[in-house]
Every structure is written in C-alpha cells, then in structure tokens.
Design a protein around this ligand. Sequence first.
Ligand SMILES: Cc1ncc(COP(=O)(O)O)c(C=O)c1O
Length: 458
Amino acid sequence: MTAPLYDSLQRFADSDPLRLHMPGHKGRMDGLFRDTASIDFTELPPTGNLYTGEGPIADAEALFARAGGARDALFFTCGATQGIYTMLAAAVGRDGTLILDRGCHRSVYHGMALLDITPVYLQPPLLPGLGLPAPVSGESLEQALAEHPEASAVFLTSPSYYGVITDLRPLAEICRRHGVFLLVDQAHGAHFPFAGLPTAVEEGADLAVVSAHKTLPALGSSSILYVGHRAPWDRLRLKSLAQIFATTSPSYPILASIDLARASLEGTEDYRNAAALTLEFRDRIRRETPFRPMAEDDGISLDPCRLTVDTAAGGLSGTEADRLLREKNIYVEMADPTYLVAIITCRDTRADLERFLAALKALPAGTPLRHEDALPPAPVVRQRIRTAVFGHGEPAVLAEAAGRISAQFVAPYPPGIPVIAPGEEITEKHIAYLKNKSYNVSGKVSVIPQARKKEDLP
Ligand SMILES: Cc1ncc(COP(=O)(O)O)c(C=O)c1O
C-alpha cells in the first residue's frame, strides 16, 4: 500500500520535530484527537504545499488521478463545494453563461452568485412512477446549446442523491461538438473507480468533482477535482482558482485521509463487496418488507452502493420512517415524504444491514401513499442570482407571497429541484405546486423588499 502523503506525515511526526509553528496544539492534543493532532502540520518541506502543488501532496494527487482515469487530480479540504466553485471559475468565469440541470446542488447556485453567471436551465424529465428527476436528455441539451451559443459550459449532476446515474458519454459528445466544456458534479460518486464504474472524466467530462467524504472512508470536507485529458487548464491555474474559495490553512489530516482511502482500496474487492451486499439487501427489503427499494429494473442506471427505499409504497412517509428509525439509533443519509436514502460503503457490514432490515420490518405499514408526479412550473427569473443572494431579504408568508421575488431557495424533496431559486418570482402556480407537494406554505420565506415609495418612508 503506497500512500505518499499519509506516509510522509507519519514519518515526519515519528521524527519528533520541534514544532515552533502553527497549529498551536503542537501535535499534542487530548482524548480522541491525540493521534490526529500528531499529523496535523502546516506547510513545511516534508509536508508539501497544497496550492503550489509540490511534495508528497502532488505525489498523492497523481496516484488518485491514475485511479480515476484522469489527466490530473487536485485534493481539496472544503468539500465538493470548493471544486464546484473552481470548475465554474475556470470554465465559465465572471459574467459568463452556463447551461445546467435545474436539479443541481445549491452550491452551484452559490457559485453562480459569486461569479455573476447567467444560468440557462435544463428541466430534467421525471422518472414515471418514481417522482424523481431522470437524466437530462440529449435533445434538450442540443436545443439549449443551439439557443444559447453564448454558453461556455454545461453543468450536470451524476449520480443524483437518490443514486440515479446519467450516461454521460453521449452528452459529452454533444458538448464537444458544440465546443463547450462539460463539468460534472459527481459528489456522490467518489467510490466509482473502486466499484468498477467509470468516473465522469472517463466518460468525457472536462472537469468533475467528487466528495471523498460522502462515500469513501475519508474525513469530512475532503474532495477531489478530476481533470479530463482534453481540458485546457494546467494544475497551477486550477489551484490558483481553487485557493480563492478556501482557507489558506488546509487541513493535513483531511488531505492525508484522501490519500489513505485510495491506498487502502486499490486492488481490493471492498466496494464490489459493498455493491453485492447492497444488491442482496435490496432484494431482501423487497421480499421481506412492504417497502420498495429502487432497483435497476426501474429502467434506470443506479449507483450499486445506494439503498434508496420507497417507504410510501408501504404506507409510511420516508420522513416518519426516519423519525421511527432514529428512535432505534439508526440514521439514514436523507429522508423525504417518499424515500429513505441510505449510503452503503466499504465500511458497512452485513450485521449493519441486518440491523437496518430488522428495523424496517418493525415499521408500521399501511395503504400505499402516492404523490402526484409533476414537474415544478417553469422559473420566472426577475433578478440575477447574484443580486438576490447578496441583496436584502425580508420575511413573508409563502402562501401570501405571490408576485414577490424570492431571496432564497424553495426546494422540497423529492425531487429536490428548486421550485423557486433566489431572484425568481413566486407565482400562484408555484404556491399551488408546493401545496400539492405538502410543503408548508404557511411558513415564511425571505423575499426581496419592495421598493418603497417616497411618501411611505418614515
Ligand atoms: C450533489 C451534491 N453536490 C455537491 C454537494 C456539496 O458537497 P460538499 O458538502 O462536499 O461541499 C452536495 C452535498 O450534499 C451534493 O449533494
């Protein structure tokens, strides 16, 4: 097992250096932090420098790039969010235009606000019967590209939170033909190379970010930016952009945990075993409970390590199932009115899944609950996202806010697509859609203050 960064930090700690520098704990912390503190260094010759890209960090990044079939890989300590901002800064820049799937994570909207990017949304179709977004179609992408020749990049998310995988190859081909970059948020797919699945850059993306901490045995906030073979940016350009969006004191334990995760997984069957276990328990949940696990026979390509269970099919909302599971000290990744989403990794055991199954079996069941499959009404953009996000907001009751401009996201799960994003008008249609989704419309939202007339001013 070769882990250049982790090994180098450990060797340096073992050499008993006199640490007259940051961090202030000097490698001596109490309790559970004792071991971690010993490798929590700052930039020194034996530790390397993340943003100048040298030393053992660069060696560890090169090994990760090889694992993910990328030309290069950059480690980050501020989550996939840092990678998303970096991708947008590199491929779109300030004031550019981006074509993106409407269901992308809020960090993409935040990145667009920071860079004042103009969005062109691709509204994904719904998967019939599942109420979840389907992958974006090639036709809708072609159409958006034809209508917006000013766009410089396309941004897609795969896999989704629920585990739905988009076949990126044909979409990458379309982007290439139109001369635009393909950026992919593969935050939930960091384990793909270790489970035998292609990374987004292997499918033709120019840049793709993965959250190591979501599905690999790596510390919280760790992420990796993969650079595709044809991408025009060199690593120093990407690193110089990346550091704008992060701390100047990146955490060495976080960086080393990415290195150690790869080293401990390469050449093992750990994720293939996790996938086999997931498949087995999907089958058992289907046979032994009234609930319905999502499976490839739903006509979708699915992350083999995601256990998404439709509890509404057994008469119990995902949110209520989650509440009851928590009483048994069981915590899933996400719950919504229809689904429970459990992330399975190489660190879950058969006993863990038996415990989950036993708890599911003990949940009360009833008549299937069904939600109407409908896409949110089209967005009515009134302000640039940047203006809305960084402007002022005031509270208003959502049900009474028709005609007002939202200063926040309103995005019920499922499908997690923002019904209203910052800068968009709240219309009666949006309110009716949200009500139908059992969203609490009597709650408050933040809206842009209306321009007051001179005579109203105190
Ligand atoms: C699809 C997706 N992209 C990006 C992110 C941001 O990831 P991170 O928390 O690693 O910054 C998340 C977080 O949940 C996510 O679900």
